[in-house]
Design a protein around this ligand. Structure first.
Ligand code: PNW
Length: 524
């Protein structure tokens, strides 16, 4: 889909004024100082199976937890679901064209577990599912676009929920190990970057503490669920998930990595937690908030133990790992850390000061009250999403924090982007001329460049997202795309941000002395 001419002309001239005006990465490059991003840095866009593919019953796919959840009334704000989504299943070739135009050298997407194993390990491999991903992977590889593949981005076969309550049971480790093995076997010859899980911290908090995502379990003041235990289940589910990650990494390391030569990691949602005041109590609270959010997963996988603050506060509610797993599978249980970073939040202490009853002041969150706005002060410009405040400095801070805590293990920024809604588009022009998204992305990339210059080993960056798509419980009301999707025709239209990203990548390649590929030809 081409942008109408007047949009395209506006886009290009506006693009350049933005690039030159506010993005010092690019102006530095124009003075021919080399790019802070390495020559083989991956610049990509990201997506996920449930949010993009649609085709929810096509070619033998089994039902997953999100299919079942969204078909229950009242689960999504606009009553929609991912049955069709943006029909990436049938339109992937056009979508790869869009990527090639931008000039990305990587595409992050996820596999639908239920498309490959409709009944988990209790049924057969679905050949049609394997065929589809082979076609997609080949289309990417043929255009020089590196597939960056997530095994599980929130969606799991419903079978596992029905049989043994999925993450609440240790049985899931065996299912995940089996699924990962199938994926490495069929796709590992061409896929060199594997992610076991996308944002398990978000999936577990929303699935088992607030109950907003499937399996919609929670208790008490945390949400409105018919079953669950918000104080305990998140930690049980997380422990089973961490062990499942370890099982998949173990399979990769022992059976595939030597021959296939790829890397495997995990992606966490990473918020920069800023102490609300200079008090040592708030500083400690911000540390605790991080431990109870991101380090909860990364510490066991990298260091072989939970964060000390969690051990102290949760005691026996924190399920232990076996000594065997710690020694053989957990310590250094990844090759890279994937970081999804969008926002920063203020944190206030709730141990020494009284906090209001309800969310934030509980032991399951480490007695830390977290919010983008406190006492009338906002950490950054608010957006249409209550959790997203624009605070570009947070990128440098979170990357530096991870670098210091985990000894500079290679990192990828696996998601970063800005969501908008209808209110963000006062005129039709604004639907395409998403200057706010361009400003957001350039600010965050600037901040990332600064972290890299100071020594962080960051090897790639992916914009969320290539296209507008199904934004979970917000349905289609929130748009994150570099391309607009018309949900009646499913046609894709480039936004200003797509042109801007194309230019950004081209500038980097020029300063890194990389010869432009076909994606860098003049505007069509
Ligand atoms: C991510 N936060 O979720 C997911 O990986 C995507 O599937 C999703 O569409 C995208 O971001 C935009 O929402 C997030 O609280 C969940 O900072 C929570 C947060 C950020 C992203």
């Amino acid at each position: 889909m081409e942008l109408p001419l007047h949009h395209a002309i506006f886009a290009m001239s506006f693009c350049f004024s933005i690039i030159i005006g506010s993005c010092d990465i690019v102006s530095v490059k124009e003075n021919s100082i080399s790019s802070p991003f390495s020559d083989n840095f991956l610049f990509g866009t990201a997506s996920s199976s449930y949010q993009f593919e649609g085709a929810y019953l096509t070619d033998g796919k089994g039902l997953n937890n999100w299919d079942v959840f969204t078909h229950k009334p009242g689960t999504t704000m606009d009553g929609t679901n991912g049955d069709i989504a943006v029909d990436h299943y049938h339109r992937y070739e056009e979508d790869v064209d869009l990527m090639e135009f931008i000039g990305v050298n990587s595409y992050r997407f996820s596999l639908s577990w239920a498309r490959i194993l409709p009944k988990g390990r209790y049924g057969k491999v679905n050949k049609a599912g394997i065929d589809y991903y082979n076609l997609l992977i080949d289309a990417l590889v043929n255009r020089g676009i590196e597939p960056f593949v997530t095994l599980t981005h929130y969606d799991i076969p419903q079978e596992l929920e029905d049989r043994y309550e999925s993450w609440l049971s240790p049985e899931i480790q065996e299912d995940f190990r089996y699924y990962a093995d199938v994926c490495f076997k069929y796709f590992g010859d061409r896929v060199k970057y594997w992610v076991t899980f996308n944002e398990p911290n978000v999936a577990i908090i929303r699935g088992y503490r607030t109950g907003l995502h499937p399996p919609a379990r929670c208790s008490g003041l945390f949400g409105n669920c018919s079953k669950g235990d918000s104080e305990r289940e998140p930690f049980i589910a997380a422990a089973n998930l961490i062990s499942s990650h370890a099982a998949a990494v173990d399979v990769y390391r022992t059976k595939y990595q030597k021959n296939q030569g790829g890397k495997i990691g995990i992606v966490l949602n990473a918020i920069w937690f800023e102490p609300f005041s200079n008090s040592s109590e708030d500083k400690l609270a911000a540390e605790r908030a991080q431990s109870f959010y991101m380090n909860w997963f990364l510490d066991p996988i990298i260091l072989g133990r939970y964060p000390a603050e969690m051990e102290e506060i949760l005691g026996p509610d924190l399920p232990p790992f076996s000594r065997y797993d710690v020694e053989n599978k957990l310590k250094r249980g990844l090759d890279f850390i994937g970081v999804n970073h969008y926002t920063s939040m203020f944190v206030k202490d709730c141990i020494f000061s009284a906090c209001e009853a309800g969310l934030g002041s509980s032991r399951t969150e480490g007695f830390a009250f977290i919010s983008g706005q406190m006492d009338g002060v906002s950490i950054g410009e608010p957006t249409v999403l209550d959790w997203l405040h624009v605070h570009p400095q947070g990128m440098e801070k979170i990357v530096t924090y991870i670098k210091d805590r985990y000894n500079n293990i290679p990192m990828f920024i696996t998601e970063n982007g800005l969501g908008t809604n209808e209110n963000s588009f006062p005129t039709t022009e604004d639907i395409f001329n998403d200057a706010d998204r361009v400003e957001y992305l350039s600010g965050y990339l600037d901040s990332l460049a600064s972290a890299i210059r100071k020594g962080a080993d960051v090897r790639g960056y992916f914009v969320w997202s290539l296209l507008d798509n199904f934004e979970w419980i917000q349905g289609y009301t929130i748009r994150f795309g570099l391309h607009h999707v018309d949900y009646t025709t499913l046609s894709r239209t480039r936004r200003l941000s797509a042109f801007w990203y194309k230019n950004f990548i081209a500038q980097h390649k020029a300063s890194a002395g990389i010869r432009p590929g076909p994606g860098y030809t003049q505007e069509r």
